[in-house]
Design a protein around this ligand. Structure first.
Ligand code: DAH
Length: 341
C-alpha cells in the first residue's frame, strides 16, 4: 500500500513537470485529487486498514496529499504568469471601438446649410471675438442705445486708442452682415451660423453660450415678399410641408420694417398645445428689411440696393424639434443626453 502511494506520487510529480496549459493541469488535478480521483480513492481505503497501519499510512498519505496540493498550486501560479503575458485567443470578440457622432446642434446646422446652399446662399463664418463697432454701432445700435441692455456680454480687458473697452464676445451673428457687405459688396446672399455669447443668469432657457443663424440677401428691388418666400422654405424644411408662416411687426434697430416670423406649431398643427402655449404658433425668427444705415455701414448705397435679413436661435430650434426642456444640456457633456441623437 505504502509503495503504491509513493509510486503514484512520483507519477503525478513527473506529469506535472511537462504541463504547459492550465486546462491540462486542471484535468490532471481532477484525475488524481478530485472526488473520484485515483489518489483520493487510495487515501479513502486507508480507513479500512488495521489500527497500526492506519497510523503510519494515514500520516504518510496526508503528507503526500498536502505536498501534491502545494505543487499543483505552484505550477498553476507559474502557468498563469506566462499565460497572461503571451497567450492571445484570436477567437475572442475584439474590443469595440466606439465611434462618436455629431452633436444635435451640428446636425441641425448641417440641414440648414444644405437648404440655403441649395437656394444659392454662401455659408460664412465670422469672428466670435468682435469689436463694439461691428456688434452694435454699425448695426444702428449706437453707444447708450437701450437695445444694448438686452444683450449684455463679456468685455475683453483691452482698451482702444480712446481708452474705451471695445472688444467683446459677440452677442449675435448680425455683425457678420456688415463684414459680409464690406467684403463681397452687392448683390449678396449668405447665411452665418455661429456661436454667440451673453452675460446671462443661466436657466432652462438661457445660456451664456448659444448658437444663431443669420441670413442676409441684398439685391436690386428686394422687398418683403422675397423675405417671406425664403422664410416659408425654411419653415417647411424644419417642420414639414404643411407649415405656415405668419409675420408680425417687431422692432429691431437694424431692420425697417422689422418683423417676427412665426410658424404654425408642428406638434398640434396650429390647434394650440403646451408647446406653442395654446397660440398655435411658434416664434422662431427675427427679420426685416435691412435698415439704410446698416447698408451704408456695409458700404452699399441704399438708393441702389435693398435687402432682407433674418436671425434665429439654433439651440431653440433643436430644443423644439427634439422636445429638449433645458438648454444647458447642450454643453453639459452628459453622455446620457448626447447618446440619444
Ligand atoms: N440679432 C437678433 C437677436 O439676436 C436677431 C435678428 C433679428 C437678426 C432681426 C436679424 C434680424 O438679422 O433682421 O435677437
Amino acid at each position: 500500500m505504502q509503495e503504491k502511494i509513493i509510486q503514484l506520487k512520483q507519477e503525478i510529480l513527473g506529469q506535472l513537470k511537462n504541463i504547459k496549459r492550465l486546462e491540462v493541469l486542471r484535468g490532471l488535478e481532477i484525475k488524481y485529487l478530485g472526488r473520484k480521483g485515483e489518489l483520493t480513492k487510495i487515501l479513502r481505503s486507508v480507513a479500512d486498514l488495521g489500527v497500526e497501519e492506519k497510523k503510519t499510512l494515514g500520516k504518510l498519505a496526508n503528507e503526500i496529499k498536502l505536498e501534491l496540493a502545494n505543487r499543483f498550486a505552484e505550477v498553476k501560479a507559474e502557468l498563469e504568469k506566462t499565460v497572461g503575458a503571451s497567450y492571445v485567443d484570436a477567437t475572442l470578440p475584439g474590443e469595440e471601438i466606439k465611434a462618436g457622432h455629431l452633436h444635435p446642434i451640428t446636425i441641425m446646422q448641417n440641414e440648414i446649410e444644405d437648404l440655403f446652399a441649395s437656394l444659392g446662399f454662401m455659408v460664412l463664418d465670422g469672428p466670435e471675438l468682435e469689436s463694439d463697432y461691428y456688434n452694435f454701432t454699425a448695426l444702428n445700435i449706437p453707444p447708450l442705445h437701450p437695445a444694448r441692455d438686452m444683450q449684455d456680454t463679456f468685455y475683453i480687458d483691452h482698451k482702444n486708442s480712446k481708452g474705451e473697452l471695445d472688444t467683446l464676445m459677440r452677442t449675435q451673428t448680425s455683425p457678420m452682415q456688415i463684414r459680409a457687405m464690406q467684403k463681397y459688396g452687392a448683390p449678396l446672399k449668405c447665411i452665418v451660423p455661429g456661436r454667440c455669447f451673453r452675460s446671462e443668469a443661466t436657466d432652462v432657457r438661457h445660456e451664456h453660450t448659444f448658437y444663431q443663424v443669420e441670413g442676409l440677401m441684398i439685391d436690386k428691388g428686394i422687398n418683403f415678399s422675397h423675405l417671406k418666400a425664403v422664410l416659408e422654405a425654411l419653415g417647411k424644411k424644419l417642420f414639414g410641408p404643411k407649415t405656415e408662416l405668419r409675420m408680425r411687426p417687431k422692432f429691431y434697430p437694424f431692420v425697417e420694417p422689422g418683423s417676427n416670423g412665426e410658424y404654425s406649431c408642428f406638434l398640434c398643427s396650429g390647434k394650440g398645445c403646451r408647446l406653442c402655449k395654446n397660440t398655435g404658433w411658434l416664434e422662431i425668427v427675427g427679420c426685416g428689411l435691412v435698415h439704410p444705415e446698416v447698408l451704408r455701414a456695409g458700404g452699399i448705397d441704399p438708393k441702389k440696393y435693398q435687402g432682407f435679413a433674418f436671425g434665429y436661435g439654433l439651440d431653440r430650434l433643436v430644443m423644439l424639434k427634439y422636445g429638449i426642456n433645458d438648454i444647458r444640456l447642450f454643453h453639459s457633456g452628459d453622455l446620457k443626453f448626447l447618446k440619444q441623437f
